[in-house]
Design a protein around this ligand. Sequence first.
Ligand SMILES: [Zn+2]
Length: 364
Amino acid sequence: MAIAKNKNEIYKILKSYMEIEGMSRYEDDVVEALKKNTEKSGFKYSRDGMGSLIMNKKGDPKGPKIQIAAHMDEVGFLVREVTPKGMILLSMVGGVWPATVIGTEGILMSSKGKRYSGVFGHTSIHIMTDSQFKNAPLLKELYLDIGLKSLKEAEKLGIEPGDRVQMSGQSMQLKANPDFVAGKSMDNRAGITVIDQLVQRLKGKKNPNDLYVVGTVQEEVGTRGARTSVSAIEPDVAIAIDTCASHDTPNAIKGIQKLGNGIAIRIKDGGTMMDPKLVDYIYKLAKKKKIPVYKFVAQGGGTDAANLQFGKGGVPTIALSIPQRYLHSPIGMASLTDIKAAIDLLEEFVLNFGSKEMKSISYK
Ligand SMILES: [Zn+2]
């Protein structure tokens, strides 16, 4: 797909990425889509040894090396064990609160390449115990019911421990507010949409730096693709682009991130204290270009920045966050205003950050 001319077109691209199944360690379909959509942009493609996609544009090979990373993977489950009665017990890939998937469709992808739809099961309210009603379900209680009657039936179909179970969730642009959109794996196909559009917008433009735009693997299981790709690239500065929790729902703890307010610059989380000079540079750049932006301190979660900062000798690193409601559940919601702000800001950064700017933020 081409460069989006408006927010509705950004949604179409986002939808196409959200509908790809790409659990951690199984990101290849996202890679193929990214390559296909950006193939005419003049970037050179390579993969690192764990599968992250590296897209390089040597605008000025003497300029600073920039790495911009968005993770391609999404959370999900693996088959842990099939019970004698044919129910499928699960192991989590990334963090999922089991209550969010119960009652929705799960899709088992067998090692033989077949797909089996089922339901993340639960006990019907009419027959549950008092304690089941009052307490949140635990992962050990979660199962997928694809209609089997026995372990033997599962074996006959070739279902094995380690087979994937993907969440499913409908994509939508909300009629009551078309700026808000929702779908499966908004975390982080919103970020993938941003790097897709960034790469396409740079076609024919001169960047005063050596730019590496990376779709990373395995962020949800510990930012592992950030760790390997940063060691392959050895950048001078790094930016992670990802979603973050939005606090604008009735029962959430207090916090300032909300949908539609622009791109949020993360200052601190459990794994990273962002580089103050780089934060200052990009914040001022956003203000100058009239791109909606604000700073926040995260009260949970982390990003690829946690490992990007450990690139060779230490790397000034920041993270840009797209607020999202209902993270790590079948349907997440975000704002097209925020996604567009991220694209606009990263494009401005790439077109303006050269040797002089690097010197102004460098400790060396
Ligand atoms: Zn994420």
